[in-house]
Design a protein around this ligand. Structure first.
Ligand code: AMP
Length: 271
């Protein structure tokens, strides 16, 4: 595994390849990231993982500061997985140039997480646009845990006629049901139990809503989550995962999208 800290040396190396499989991450690697890497191996191209905690997508400084960082451990894991390239850029390497393409921010960026984390998706698209310009990947592997993010990156890629193809990867969960997330590292044992109880409650509720749509009562669900131990619920919404249209009646293809806090840790998921 070769490690790069600047785009010039990275580009000298990767432009020799026919195509790159790219897995962007913010580090704090877990089973979700590993599954993206394993999925990318099937395509037999050189694999490039990036670790960059993008300050522009955090709407609160405290959240950026408390985001889990463990680069040494991450490097060890990536070596074991035998990826080809690891790119750990500095802020200047990413933001010290003007990209050729302008970010396209679909209006869906104002919904769900975008409604509660102002500027979050503009920050995500800004960094993705830059990474794509530097790496020109043939494939980008993204997790469905962040479904809204996938949708918005796809819209940008389509609109700006970028040739990279997105590969959507399924959400990997812990044995207790919670979606693997770097942020889980900030939860203690009893908080983890709360997250697990909330997952099972919503998992079961979704099955019941499928049979009886009138059970989708946002205020009641929010209150139930608070009773289960959430400090605050940002949203609980119901979207068709293909079209990202809101569901207003019985429909088989919807996912429940939710974001809530346990103490200061914000968790998101969709089931
Ligand atoms: P992050 O490091 O949180 O920015 O995530 C990097 C990539 O890993 C994104 O495409 C995420 O959607 C994906 N990812 C994060 N958690 C999971 C998970 N539990 N299952 C599958 N993919 C995930």
């Amino acid at each position: 595994m070769k490690i790069f800290k600047d785009k010039q040396t990275l580009q000298e190396e990767i432009l020799k390849n026919k195509g790159i499989s790219f897995i962007p991450t913010m580090g704090g690697l877990h089973k979700g990231h590993i599954s993206l890497i394993k999925r990318s191996k099937k395509l037999k191209l050189k694999i490039l993982v990036s670790i960059f905690i993008n300050p522009k997508q955090f709407n609160k400084k405290s959240d950026f500061k408390s985001y889990p960082r463990n680069t040494k451990k991450d490097i060890k894991l990536l070596k074991k997985l035998k990826i080809n390239y690891l790119y750990i850029p500095t802020y200047k390497d990413i933001y010290g140039f003007k990209p050729k393409k302008k970010v396209f921010l679909d209006k869906f960026s104002k919904k769900l997480c975008g409604k509660f984390r102002k500027g979050h998706f503009a920050g995500v698209l800004n960094v993705v646009n830059r990474f794509v310009e530097i790496i020109n990947p043939k494939y980008i592997f993204l997790g469905k845990k962040d479904y809204q993010q996938i949708y918005l990156i796809r819209r940008h890629i389509e609109k700006r006629k970028i040739s990279s193809k997105i590969i959507e990867c399924k959400t990997i969960r812990e044995k207790n049901g919670i979606a693997c997330s770097s942020r889980n590292l900030n939860l203690n044992k009893s908080q983890t139990k709360i997250a697990s109880n909330i997952f099972y409650y919503l998992y079961d509720l979704k099955k019941r809503i499928k049979k009886n749509y009138s059970l989708f009562k946002q205020n009641k669900i929010k209150n139930d989550l608070i009773t289960l131990g959430a400090k605050k619920v940002d949203y609980i919404e119901n979207y068709d995962v293909k079209s990202f249209k809101k569901i207003r009646g019985p429909n088989k293809k919807f996912n429940l999208f939710f974001a809530y806090y346990i103490k200061d840790t914000r968790l998101i998921d969709n089931i």
